[in-house]
Design a protein around this ligand. Structure first.
Ligand code: PLP
Length: 371
């Protein structure tokens, strides 16, 4: 007979999910109530406020999509791209490639800005493309490329988009909670994130936020949004505000308790403190890795503190090292993705996995395993 599943106790230092704090796990074990229960609706309003806090926005359309980061990505593109729309898509890793897929699947034309993996999006290349084409509707880019560990200058890219009168669609799956992110101040129009990275909440939920300009585009389309589930005009009947909510779908009630608790913890710490904590422990990890003779893929000026892409030394079987870390230390680090598969390890310092204890364990385990 199949019996209950008891997962091993791992330490998660890969590209996500990160360790979920016991407070969050215990919040998820609280009694399930109805997704239209007045008490649940009050909690939904608190989640919206807490997400607005984390994203630094007053956008009324700020909510968690009941599906993973990929659905948040799709929600942005499906609502904001119409057939024939020209969208500049920046690709410097795996996730920019998915943005291109989204634009094309919804009938748009993706004008690509390609940059070498491990380097930030080139502002100059984006500017040149904006100059060369009329009627560009949106600029889409990944703030923190999880596949390489590089940070792009979201503020400068959004400023550029504003200068040319187009919307911005920003992937903040790995950036939210780990590095500075200012939705309103930078003028971001549509943003999506994930709960399993620097928020350290359970995976499978995707916070999104739309500016007034993005909402205007989404509600004045020539064509119907080709997804029923992700149509913001419909979802907002449930997530909109006030006690009067229309049933749209059955929300993942207990997972949302978890997100609520994780966001309460972020608020207790203070978002700016969380950014500083990620920077601090990254410095410690970097010092340790360098002592072991390991080097980074990304130059220091564009490196993400929460996702450390480290070169696998010559002659080392990278998969075997990861397997031994898991077996001997219950420690998960990530493999390379796409072009970087087999060449790098991705060491995450995200949310609850960004502590002194994590840094010490990782360096100690790597030292013993590599020698
Ligand atoms: N975008 C980025 C930058 C990511 O790192 C990820 C996941 O790692 C996604 C999108 C997709 O998120 P999910 O796996 O939650 O669907």
């Amino acid at each position: 007979m199949i019996t209950s599943f008891h997962p091993p106790q791992r330490t998660l230092m890969g590209p996500g999910p990160s360790d979920v704090h016991p407070r969050v796990l215990s919040a998820m074990a609280r009694p399930t109530i109805g997704h239209l229960d007045p008490a649940f609706i009050d909690m939904m309003d608190e989640i919206k406020k807490l997400l607005q806090y984390a994203l630094r926005t007053d956008n009324p359309l700020t909510m968690p999509i009941s599906a993973p980061g990929s659905a948040g990505m799709e929600a942005c593109f499906v609502n904001l791209v119409e057939p024939g729309d020209k969208v500049i898509v920046c690709q410097n890793g795996v996730f920019g490639g998915r943005m291109k897929e989204n634009v094309e699947r919804f009938g748009g034309e993706a004008l690509m800005v390609q940059d070498t993996w491990g380097t930030p999006v080139s502002i100059e290349k984006v500017r040149a493309l904006m100059e060369a084409h009329d009627g560009i509707k949106a600029l889409a880019f990944v703030h923190a490329e999880t596949s390489t560990g590089v940070r792009s200058d979201a503020q400068a890219l959004c400023r550029l988009a504003r200068d040319y009168g187009c919307l911005t669609i920003v992937d903040a799956v790995t950036s939210l909670g780990g590095i500075e992110l200012e939705v309103d101040q930078w003028g971001i129009d549509a943003i999506y994130s994930g709960t399993q990275k620097c928020l350290s909440a359970p995976p499978g939920i995707s916070p999104v936020s739309f500016s007034e300009r993005a909402l205007e585009k989404a509600s004045n389309r020539r064509t119907r949004v080709p997804s029923w589930f992700l149509d913001t005009n419909l979802v907002m009947g449930y997530w909109g505000g006030g006690q009067k909510r229309a049933y749209h779908h059955t929300a993942p009630v207990n997972a949302l308790y978890g997100l609520h608790e994780a966001l309460v913890m972020l608020q207790e710490e203070g978002i700016e403190h969380a950014w500083k904590r990620h920077a601090l422990h990254h410095e410690a990890l970097k010092a340790g890795l360098e002592t072991l003779g390991l080097s980074f893929t990304v130059t220091a000026d564009a490196r993400l503190p929460q996702l450390n892409s480290v070169q696998v030394p010559e002659g080392v079987d990278e998969a075997q090292i990861r397997a031994r870390l898991l077996e001997n230390y219950n420690l998960e680090i990530g493999a390379g993705l796409g072009e970087l598969a087999g060449k790098v390890w991705r060491i995450g310092l995200m949310g609850s996995s960004c502590t002194r204890r994590h840094v010490m364990l990782c360096i100690d385990a790597l030292e013993n395993t590599l020698s």
